[in-house]
Design a binder for this molecule. Structure first.
Ligand code: NAP
Length: 283
């Protein structure tokens, strides 16, 4: 599997498995199936309420810890953010049954972002989180965080798919040493992605499915991707994307699908900021 070297030298797989919206009771089986299918990068979050199940699957898999790359995410913390971030990290680690994380992401650019980031920097320095990064940071927030802190986020996990491609933002992040990671690589099927004629036509030329074309397009752009599926046959399909290459013409025709806008929600929408900022997890 192709890998990417993050800004602190940590090596990260370019394709993994996401578990958002998998109910806790189904997650252990789904992750076990994903590990059996060959996935070694797992992406969860405290807010997904399934870290324990991810940990259970890791434990029963027999896969060596050093062969896995595990990401989880910090939810918005009440003050004092530094103390609460440390506690949230320990809770996640315990639920996952691990003694360190490969990547710890700040899930949302809200709350006391600086207090949260300082605590994450400390976890990184202590070796408890091998890399730290952010998610859902728009350019203004990301540059501000970089400009006013010591550690540059290794990763920014953002909505990225054929209808919201983020090419300019990827360039900006690259200039600052931040690796782009896609969430919602299939746009969760919105906009009839899986029957899109451009993607289907390209798939036909390679004998590949629309899902495989999308994942190949992302990884060929150097975008880390974490498709979610609860079905073993799709898990196998989604990891089988390294035996073909899209031509420049095919990349250019996929570029025409970009709308430049989110299909989910805008993290700069005041109502959404207010709603997300008030949400608290109970553990
Ligand atoms: P996604 O990967 O874009 O799409 C998942 C959907 O596609 C599911 O409905 C799945 O159905 C279907 N699917 C998967 N493989 C398929 C295939 N080969 N053919 C047809 N349909 C297929 O959505 P996502 O889960 O939102 O995003 C991926 C991961 O990104 C998440 O799991 C999570 O880890 C992360 N994420 C992060 C954030 C953030 O704020 N940082 C936000 C959202 C997501 P089945 O399961 O029925 O196969």
């Amino acid at each position: 599997m192709q890998t990417v070297i993050l800004n602190n030298g940590v090596e990260m797989l370019i394709l993994g498995f996401g578990v958002y919206q998998i109910p806790a009771e189904d997650t252990e089986r789904a992750v076990s199936d994903a590990l059996a299918a060959g996935y070694r990068l797992l992406d969860t979050a405290a807010a997904y309420n399934n870290e324990e199940a991810v940990g259970g699957a890791i434990k029963s898999s027999g896969v060596a810890r050093e062969d896995l790359f595990v990401t989880t995410k910090l939810w918005v913390q009440d003050a004092p953010a530094e103390e609460n971030t440390k506690r949230a990290f320990e809770t996640s680690l315990n639920k996952l049954g691990l003694d360190h994380l490969d990547l710890y992401l700040m899930h949302q650019p809200f709350g006391d972002v600086y207090g949260q980031w300082r605590a994450m920097e400390a976890l990184n320095r202590e070796g408890l989180a091998k890399a730290i990064g952010v998610a859902n940071f728009y350019p203004d927030r990301l540059i501000d965080l970089i400009a006013n802190n010591e550690i540059v986020p290794a990763v920014n996990q953002i909505e990225t798919h054929p209808f919201f491609q983020r090419a300019d933002y990827q360039d900006l992040m690259r200039r600052h040493g931040v690796q782009i990671q896609s969430w919602g690589g299939f746009a969760e099927g919105k906009n009839d992605l899986f029957t899109n004629p451009v993607l289907a036509g390209i798939g036909k030329e390679h004998g590949k499915s629309v899902a495989q074309v999308v994942l190949r397009w992302l990884t060929q752009r150097g975008v880390i991707t974490i498709p979610k599926s609860v079905r073993p046959e799709r898990m196998a399909e989604n990891i089988d994307v390294f035996d073909f290459e899209l031509t420049d013409e095919q990349m250019a025709s996929i570029a025409t699908l970009d709308t430049g806008a989110s299909l989910f929600f805008d993290h700069q929408d005041p109502e959404m900021v207010s709603w997300l900022s008030k949400r608290r997890l109970t553990d």
